[in-house]
Design a protein around this ligand. Structure first.
Ligand code: AMP
Ligand code: ZN
Ligand code: ZN
Length: 411
């Protein structure tokens, strides 16, 4: 028996001897502090240096931050939110992109807007999200919007969850979380997850260098200030552990940087599944595939099994046979798409090379588990899950993360 399982075992024995169940032990006991996990969608690492985020700055100063956190490929919302909470690369957990097909359901397309698919565990069962790990090991979880939290993954749902509702104001989300902390000890969740989309939404519409984006960053920081104030008022700021992450960054895009694929290939050379900073293509035949594969002006395409090893992507059956990646700031499209949903003005996008500085995400942590003032070297976002499991004293499911990435942050 390893040291941690041994400690867990001894704790159970001691609790039993004292006539206590673990659930009956004080919820804020030293051993299992509540853990708050927050995602700020599309919060680029560099945004922290704009002097707009006093709350995030204070949490990092009194706790831990990473110089940057590397997203997993593909650098989109669903794949990365699921990597953060499962510790698996998208190639393994199966959320291979925001939009997917699966041979087992040939008539269907998974997309963020396909509500019945988003709520179907079929798409999510390739990974074990931290709230399932928690619930299976007796720790209640509450989620307020996290991709995957609307499906009964492996048959398990968070004790508290809600269908995604973009219109729920950020302050109300914070108040909901504070309300969870006010629940009686037996009902209070040990793991609480919160999600904010506005920085991503505005980043797409107005671009990462716009005043509107800066305003959105300020707004999210104000929401976090409300959370910190609520925790202070309850005497909990130094009792709970808080982990704040983002899924990816944002790069400026422009109608001046379009790659219209069907102007470069015969009209029937391919069908497409995804299009944008990346394109997932199904070539018509081997000849079309040969034309597509290789380096071209402002983009590169690979057969799925031949992608660069550093992307750790290409084996999952849901990945289309040919994947193209645009150079940062360029957009892959088709004539039809440009006529239906034309890009008419500059904006923002992600989905580019995970090494690009503009794609880097944030990691900030605060609370009794963390050593104040530590600045971690950039690490891969799959290492967040094993950290979360450790903070909750849970046995993690098998994952691609490395506990050593965050070890220096822990007391
Ligand atoms: P992306 O297209 O990768 O930029 O995805 C970001 C978008 O995902 C945001 O605009 C959110 O509104 C949306 N989103 C996040 N979570 C959910 C969810 N659970 N259901 C539907 N849409 C979501
Ligand atoms: Zn996102
Ligand atoms: Zn986005």
């Amino acid at each position: 028996m390893g040291v941690r399982p041994l400690i867990r075992f001894l704790r159970v024995v001691l609790a039993a001897l004292a006539g206590l169940t673990l659930a009956g032990a004080p919820a804020l006991a030293q051993d299992r502090r509540p853990l708050i996990l927050i995602s700020i969608d599309g919060f680029r690492a560099e945004y922290l240096e704009r002097g707009l985020t006093p709350t995030l700055g204070a949490l990092a100063e009194g706790g831990v931050r990473a110089r940057a956190m590397r997203p997993s490929f593909p650098v989109n919302t669903y794949p990365n939110h699921y990597s953060l909470v499962t510790g698996l690369r998208p190639d393994r957990h199966g959320l291979t992109d925001n939009t997917m097909i699966d041979a087992a359901r040939p008539e269907l397309k998974f997309s963020m807007g396909a509500r019945d698919q988003v709520q179907d565990r079929f798409w999510w069962d390739g990974g074990e999200p931290i709230w399932v790990t928690a619930e299976r090991q007796g720790v209640k979880a509450a989620t307020l919007f996290w991709p995957g939290s609307e499906a009964p993954v492996h048959g398990v749902r968070p004790s508290i969850w809600q269908l995604y509702d973009e219109t729920l104001p950020a302050f109300d989300r914070v108040d909901r979380l504070l309300g969870w902390l006010d629940l009686p000890a037996g009902e209070r969740p040990g793991l609480m997850a919160l999600y904010f989309e506005t920085v991503d939404t505005i980043g797409h519409h107005e671009g990462p260098d716009s005043p509107e984006l800066n305003a959105a960053v300020r707004t999210v920081d104000l929401s976090l200030a409300r959370l910190v104030a609520g925790l202070k008022a309850r005497g909990l700021l130094d009792q709970v552990n808080i982990v704040i992450v983002s899924d990816h960054g944002m790069a400026p895009i422009s109608p001046d940087r379009l790659i219209v694929l069907d102007e470069q290939y015969p009209a029937d050379a391919f069908r497409w599944i995804t299009m944008g900073s990346m394109a997932g293509l199904i070539p018509a035949d081997a000849g079309a595939e040969r034309l597509l594969v290789g380096r071209h002006d402002h983009y590169e395409c690979w057969r799925k099994g031949e992608m660069p090893a550093r992307l750790k992507y290409g084996s999952h059956p849901r990945i289309p046979p040919v994947m193209c990646l645009a150079d940062t700031g360029w957009t892959l499209t088709t004539r039809e798409r440009q006529s239906q949903r034309p890009m008419t003005r500059p904006g923002g996008a992600h989905g580019y090379d995970p090494e690009d500085p503009m794609m880097q995400a944030i990691f900030i942590a605060h609370g009794p588990a963390f050593r104040p003032g530590v600045v971690l070297a950039p690490f891969d976002n799959v290492s967040v899950y094993p950290l979360l499991a450790r903070l909750l004293d849970l046995t993690p499911a098998p994952n691609d993360g490395d506990p050593a990435d965050t070890a220096a942050a822990l007391r």
